[in-house]
Design a protein around this ligand. Structure first.
Ligand SMILES: O=C(O)CCC(=O)C(=O)O
Length: 232
């Protein structure tokens, strides 16, 4: 990893690593997911659990669908020694890595929107403190814009520090602004959509606000995530 990349991570709170895993490397996981989804659809007597997903709120559909499918070897395939080395260099020490979770979204959940999303952070940590951890997001299949990829707010890990917006102003903007993207630009905060190609990886400072998004495409969104924590 070169220093401009480290600088970008420190400043924006994320890195986009295009083709980090060769497409072939994730193809087995993708195929297994496609087989599992096909098997569930074909269950006799209308017993497919996929039909009942549509009755759930959009973001609950993700947790439910992801829990229905198991892929042996998922973690070892995605969280490779090379990935851990990358994260170790960002944090300056070896992380404790949680098990990898699937992030699957059903197709055609509705129209893409920035309204009503579930912006959150997974831990509470000081913006001026050391990096508490890194969350890795893996693309198992190509994910088009509007295809349900995770969204993150670049720069939001530094709220309440000099020259950056306050946490309350940012939250208010996300809740009440009529044109969220424009309002965020005025705060020097960019929306990062983690769309791209199978094999791409995003590394995100755990302090960054992020949210699931609505999958407006005809394809299942196939991603996975693993959280890496540094000791305080
Ligand atoms: O489904 C998603 O893309 C969001 C994932 C998320 O919010 C998380 O893993 O903390």
């Amino acid at each position: 990893m070169n220093s401009p990349q480290t600088d970008l991570f420190i400043d924006k709170g994320y890195l986009r690593l295009e083709g980090f895993h060769p497409k072939k490397h994730v193809a087995g996981v993708r195929q297994k997911l496609l087989d599992e989804l096909k098997r569930m659809k074909a269950l006799p007597g209308g017993k497919s659990p996929l039909g009942s997903l549509q009755r759930l709120p959009v973001f609950q559909q993700i947790g439910k669908l992801s829990a229905l499918v198991k892929v042996p070897g998922l973690h070892a395939t995605l969280v490779t020694p090379g990935l851990i080395e990358y994260v170790t260099r960002l944090g300056g020490r070896t992380p404790a890595v949680q098990d990898t979770q699937l992030l699957l979204s059903p197709p055609q959940q509705g129209a893409s929107t920035l309204e009503g999303l579930n912006w959150h952070v997974d831990i509470s940590a000081k913006p001026q403190g050391p990096l508490p951890g890194v969350q890795a997001f893996f693309l198992i299949d190509d994910v088009a814009p509007g295809g349900g990829a995770t969204l993150a707010l670049a720069g939001s890990h530094r709220v309440d520090t000099p020259g950056r917006p306050s946490a309350s102003r940012l939250r208010e903007t996300l809740k009440t602004s009529a044109s969220i993207e424009q309002s965020l630009q005025q705060l020097d905060i960019d929306i990062v959509e983690m769309s791209g190609r199978a094999g791409d990886v995003f590394l995100m400072d755990l302090r960054l606000l992020h949210t699931p998004s609505v999958n407006a495409t005809k394809n299942v969104r196939m991603m996975a995530t693993a959280r890496c924590f540094f000791d305080a």
